[in-house]
Design a protein around this ligand. Structure first.
Ligand code: GDP
Ligand code: MG
Length: 597
């Protein structure tokens, strides 16, 4: 395809403003699928995505419109996947900014719009849902101008649901989004935008060709990974697979090269011709490292093999998540897993629970600490990376501990600013900047990632009723006064609940944890002390009073069948319990205890 006939774009929108509906409508209008093939939502194909309204894995569809090739690139919309979003955006020249005509501009759109602007995108505003009685397109236009600072005079008024404005949107893409640039004669240079495992095709790689061309039978090289592969398929999605002879400059499509492991294909890598390589790789390649770690254990120890199997399968499609076997005194055999962030953790956990039908216990999420020891057998071993609080060395051997910090950008409507400032302050934040952008405060804070991984995002959302948007990047490691806090139930340490905390906040955290556990652990026939301790020193304590009578005593008289039912029920519950020094802790208690109140 000649460059001037290509348009590459993505759709950015606040959740529920109609991104998926519009994407489906564009596919339908340009004939990618027959009406019968149009399922409710074509682009979001994972259950969890549908329920949460987020896009986890980016997908791309090629549309034909009036002699042009339009590549619609779907992008994941969450900070955990910020790097993937950034690579997807880097593969486009423009974006449709979809805003709900009744809701107006909302905070979550902002971070995405600014990213899009950073990639020099031409942005076409689309005011969607004009069919709604509550639609106020003129007001929304003004918001787009005032809050985002984009001209909105020629915003397209549309209803993805009723099919209004679809042709206008397609015309605007052709007229306003610039065609890609590229040199067909230069050595091949293509960006690896995304990759996933397909049971039939093996690893499928989504690419954007910058220069040169790519075809079947070509020997290619991944410039950052350093590996070479022979291409066996080149094609695109419409959204059904269509094989193509080649992909030229500016084009977006997929290749397969008999690659077995997704770990060999890193998002952002540069693909070149092995025999005639490009002089240099594309800028900005970043190896994504998991930043949040936690243990995943089967509730039923017999499920361990099933868990191993399921994690392996999930890993086939997600190179950014890592796992290795772990044993815990209390929880038995499980896996220590690494994630890009908390949402990423929740997605994996949910998929294991839902798609693979596993009952899991998740230990407290932890970031990666760098620990400097006072002495060690070899000089090399004096610095260790700690992924698991349970592996914390003896405090006497520790010279210093460093923790990762982030710089966070938060957009928040004025009325919530005070509470958000307090939240950041409570989390050891250092304020860098506070400015106003169209009636919203833009806050810049440095925060320890440790304080953010627990529930910062959830708190931010609930304090601001969903209006705050949040974005961050890591800025390196800093020394901190950090200690391991252990939790003891009936004088037995529960390793799954131990965590690394800042000394200044340890007592408050410990108290919170003990109070929550007190409510979560059922009464037993004896008194149960619950303690939080640093080293040997108890910093918080609660006691669960003893239960007075045997549970079956509730069934006065002698209804034997009722009594048996009650015992059966108890047995059933037992399966989901963990024993600590003769105390049974229900699985729900762990999960609830680990959510900070
Ligand atoms: P996304 O989260 O941005 O992908 O939003 P969806 O495409 O999933 O749409 C969210 C909800 O808005 C769904 O219930 C859609 O049916 C509805 N919706 C999308 N576009 C329109 C529209 O033009 N008019 C109306 N009335 N509803 C719409
Ligand atoms: Mg959607």
């Amino acid at each position: 395809t000649p460059l001037d006939k290509i348009r590459n774009f993505s759709i950015i929108a606040h959740i529920d403003h109609g991104k998926s509906t519009l994407a489906d409508r564009l596919i339908q209008r340009t004939g990618g699928l027959s009406d019968r093939e149009m399922t409710a939502q074509v682009l979001d194909n994972m259950d969890i995505e549908k329920e949460r309204g987020i896009t986890i894995k980016a997908q791309t569809v090629r549309l034909d419109y009036k002699g042009h090739v339009l590549n619609l690139m779907d992008t994941p919309g969450h900070v955990d996947f910020a790097y993937e979003v950034s690579r997807s955006l880097a593969a486009c020249e423009g974006a449709l900014l979809v805003v709900d005509a009744a809701q107006g501009v909302e905070a979550q759109t902002l971070a995405n719009v600014y990213q899009s602007i950073e990639h020099d995108h031409e942005i076409v505003p689309v005011i969607n849902k004009i069919d709604l009685p509550a639609a106020e397109p003129e007001k929304v236009k003004k918001e787009i101008e005032d809050i985002i600072g984009l001209p909105a005079d020629d915003a397209v008024l549309a209803s993805a649901k009723s099919g209004i404005g679809i042709d206008e949107i397609l015309d605007a893409i052709v007229a306003r989004i610039p065609p890609p640039k590229g040199d067909a004669d230069a050595p091949l240079k293509a960006m690896l935008v995304d990759s996933w495992y397909d049971p039939y095709l093996g690893v499928v790689i989504l690419i954007r060709v910058i220069d040169g061309s790519i075809r079947k039978g070509q020997l290619i090289k991944f410039m950052n990974a350093g590996t070479t592969h022979l291409i066996d398929r080149v094609g695109c999605f419409r959204p059904k697979i269509e094989l193509l002879p080649d992909l030229g400059p500016g084009e977006i499509g997929f290749i397969t090269a008999q690659i077995k492991e997704i770990t060999e294909t890193r998002v952002g890598d540069t693909i070149t011709d092995a025999k005639r390589p490009a002089a240099e790789a594309l800028p900005g390649f970043k190896e994504v490292q998991p930043v949040v770690f936690c243990g995943l254990f089967p509730v039923d120890a017999n499920d361990f093999e099933k868990l191993r199997d399921s994690i392996g399968k999930l890993r086939l499609n997600d190179a950014s998540f890592s796992f290795e076997m772990e044993t815990s005194a209390a929880l038995g055999f499980g896996f220590r897993c690494g994630f890009l962030g908390l949402l990423h953790l929740e997605i994996i956990q949910e998929r294991l629970t839902r798609e693979y039908d596993l009952d899991l216990i998740t230990t407290a999420p932890s970031v990666v600490y760098t620990i400097h020891l006072t002495h060690s057998k070899t000089e090399d071993a004096r610095t260790i990376e700690l992924h698991n609080p349970a592996d914390m060395p003896d405090p006497n051997r520790i010279e210093s501990i460093e923790e990762p910090w982030i710089e966070a950008t938060i957009y928040v409507p004025d009325e919530y600013l005070g509470s958000i400032l307090k939240l950041c302050q409570d989390r050891r934040g250092i304020q860098l900047d506070l400015t106003y952008v169209g009636g919203r405060a833009q806050l810049k804070y440095e925060l320890p990632l440790n304080e953010v991984v627990f529930d910062f995002y959830d708190r931010l959302k609930s304090i601001s009723r969903g209006y705050a948007s949040f974005d961050y990047h890591q800025i390196g490691y800093r020394e901190g006064d950090l200690v391991k806090m252990g939790i003891l139930v009936n004088n037995e340490p529960v390793d799954a609940l131990s965590m690394i905390v800042h000394r200044g906040t340890a007592e408050a955290r410990g108290r919170g944890m003990c109070e929550r556990l007190k409510d979560l652990i059922p009464r037993h026939l004896f008194k149960i002390p619950i303690q939080a301790a640093i080293g040997g020193k108890v910093i918080a304590r609660e006691t669960i009073a003893a239960m007075r009578k045997d549970v079956t005593a509730k069934c006065y008289g002698g209804d034997a069948s009722r009594k048996r039912k009650l015992l059966d029920k108890q047995k059933e519950g037992k399966k989901r319990m963990r024993e600590y020094g003769s105390v049974s802790i229900p699985q729900e208690a762990f999960i609830a205890a680990l959510r900070m109140g």
